[in-house]
Design a protein around this ligand. Sequence first.
Ligand code: UD1
Ligand code: CA
Length: 453
Amino acid sequence: MNIVILAAGTGKRMRSALPKVLHPLAGRPLLSHVLEVARTLNPTRLVVVVGHGADQVQKAVGAPDVQFAVQEQQLGTGHAVLQALPLLDPTVSTLILYGDVPLTRASTLKRLADTAGQRYGVLTVTLDDPTGYGRIVRDAMGRVQRIVEQKDANADQQKITEINTGIVITPTSQLREWLASLKNDNVQGEFYLTDVVERALEAGVDVVTSQPDEEWETLGVNSKQQLAELERIHQGNVAEALLVAGVTLLDPARIDVRGTLTCGRDVSIDVNCVFEGAVTLADNVTIGPNCVIRDASIGAGTRVDAFTHIEGGTTGANVVLGPYARLRPGAVLGDEAHVGNFVEVKNAVLGRGSKANHLSYIGDSDVGARVNIGAGTITCNYDGANKLRTVIEDDVFVGSDTQLVAPVRVARGTTIAAGTTVWKDIVEENQLVMNEKTQISKSGYVRPVKKKA
Ligand code: UD1
Ligand code: CA
């Protein structure tokens, strides 16, 4: 099938400079969600109709499998589809989706396509309050006759509760003729796609309907309120899927996944965690409250304590991270490593069982196994122009408040005394290293007192 996604509208009620379909839901543009579900249907052609912010939209979602049709003026949904027509394969049906309706499931769209076959299919739902939507007008036999817009509907028609979701599938060969014959003699002065229903019937093409599994699949975004509402629905669905997969969520209403979160068995996630990008949590991982974890792979049995922030990194098994730890891209922690509070690790490898438990910066470093990094240790990795590497071999003990001025290498088994500045390579193994410093004591010292004004 062809798929056309309408995305030319302004989105005035978003009150934003950003085109409506680029507003993020779960961290990605609304339109990306629609493209994702569209792709699962393997369309022969995938066309997005753009108008407002066309350049921005094309830049944001452009891909080799997507073609764009520009609708200069928004003269109605029928007019929008007409712009896409030259790009479509006339021998297969065309499914029409909306760039601002992000949560429709593939199963619902497949059912619509299967129900319709070569006929004209409309996805409809029955709402307690149908206000604002186009109504499905049926004859005494229950056959669809037409769709009438809210603004054009008479009092009887306004009582109809079955509405047009907007999503339709249509034979393509006659579509040009049908769209070209549309008139805009309606209250809104627009060329309505909904009027194609009557054209199809006149041409002897049956019009059939199917329904989505869930009402929220057809909800669109016109305002920030609706965007927030859909975000919650989406996050609720993600949480539900995690629970079904056996993940423990201490509160399914307090987790946000903006990307893909893949979990092993017996994973537990405490409240208010945000997962971004691609995150994998292996078996028996425990995530404490208020963690932000992006693009990371966390090894089995690892414990990530509260307020830990990961912007890219990999941990082995049984690592302990946090509370208040920070991993940045290129952080690789070996099995049983510990990275504690206010420790930042960037582009650095920490070997098996190595520990940096308090207040340290480990950047551009290769740290071996069983290394103990004392509180307040800093790798001075930047000379103002270049990033330089620090190498700390196995079984080194780094005393508190040590500075390692890169590039520098510390041989296996070295013990560095507290408060040492290491700026020369330590080549011989198992030495004690310290700086020459003298401790001076002066007797009878009098502290300054605050001067009176
Ligand atoms: C449309 C349907 C209505 C249905 C409702 C469901 C028509 C005439 N009416 O009404 O029956 O109940 O959706 O939400 O189709 N767009 C363009 N170019 C245009 C006009 C619209 O790309 O010239 C896009 C908009 O960006 C939007 C979508 O099409 O994403 C729907 O357009 P909108 O004007 O909001 O239609 P509704 O009045 O909601
Ligand atoms: Ca609308």
